[in-house]
Design a protein around this ligand. Structure first.
Ligand SMILES: [Zn+2]
Length: 124
């Protein structure tokens, strides 16, 4: 188990980092690749729940768009985006500014697809 904040490693049965007072996670979040640290990150979209945020990131990565979620940033040792900014279960997905428009198109397609699956009500 790992602490998402200080990135410390704990025993498998540990659940809590006493230093950071945060819950441990089974996998350590990826760090921002060094070549992207100084890049202009912008918030793309806020998802309710980490599942959708994770899906969005995977989809963006498949399209060659680097993306990270804000909760991962908050756990980063880099301190660039220090301070958790989570409202309830919402997780913000961030992309590089030059990729923003492309990322929006990808994300909107994903959101409308999942909305179709959840209910057939056509709101457009
Ligand atoms: Zn910790």
């Amino acid at each position: 188990m790992y602490c998402p904040k200080c990135r410390g490693e704990y025993r498998d049965d540990a659940v809590f980092c006493p230093d950071c007072e945060v819950d441990l996670v089974p996998e350590i979040p990826p760090e921002i690749p060094e070549e992207y640290v100084d890049e202009p990150w912008v918030e793309l979209h806020s998802f309710s729940g980490t599942l959708y945020a994770q899906m969005a990131i995977e989809m963006l990565n498949r399209e060659g768009v680097p993306a990270f979620s804000k909760s991962l940033f908050a756990g980063s040792s880099l301190g660039v985006f220090g301070g958790a900014d989570l409202v309830g279960d919402s997780t913000a997905v961030w992309v590089l500014e030059p990729d923003l428009e492309r990322a929006q198109v990808i994300i909107e397609a994903m959101i409308s697809e999942s909305a179709d699956e959840l209910d057939d009500d056509d709101r457009e």
